[in-house]
Ligand binder design. Structure first.
Ligand code: HEC
Length: 133
């Protein structure tokens, strides 16, 4: 190292920058998202078992035959979701779900709706590589 003192100063500068950047990130305020309750966790299992994601997206990820459902609870409400789950449509299958299964799925969609908005295109991108809604 002594033959290349500039390398040592670059190395130390990078360490200082890394520590500063870490400190800034850790000191930031963040919105805490509460963990999903038991019913919502059951709903997530049903969501996976019935493979809803093959046609629907959550947070912009998933199939594109049906609409993104991340915020469907917040935008359209429980009775609207229930109507789709009870009857299906010409494209969406009727899964003949029990009342409990429907409540669990609705609870899961209520949870996803409470976590934020889903369209990544509407996020604000910051220069430090983070995003905000
Ligand atoms: C084969 C594809 C397919 C699958 C699988 C599917 N859906 Fe759908 N779903 C659709 C389509 C397409 C629509 C839009 C209405 C239409 O055109 O029939 C829709 C609409 C909905 C809507 C109303 C959304 C809105 O904003 O109007 C909800 C809620 C919904 N689906 C929930 C589910 C859930 C929960 C599952 C899993 C149990 C599921 N879907 C599985 C295709 C599907």
């Amino acid at each position: 190292m002594s033959t290349y003192p500039w390398k040592l100063s670059v190395f130390l500068s990078l360490i200082v920058l890394f520590l500063l950047y870490s400190a800034v990130l850790y000191c930031r305020e963040y919105k805490e998202v509460l963990p999903a309750d038991v019913l919502a966790q059951d709903g997530k299992m049903i969501w996976q078992q019935k493979n809803c994601v093959s046609c629907h997206q959550l947070y912009g990820l998933g199939g594109h035959l049906g609409p993104d459902l991340t915020n469907v609870y917040g935008k359209k409400g429980e009775p609207y979701i229930k109507a789709f789950l009870q009857s299906g449509t010409t494209v969406m299958p009727n899964y003949h779900l029990t009342e409990n299964e429907m409540q669990a799925l609705i609870s899961f969609l209520k949870y996803t709706s409470s976590t934020g908005i889903s369209d990544p295109n509407s996020f604000t991108k910051h220069n430090d590589g983070t995003i905000s809604q």
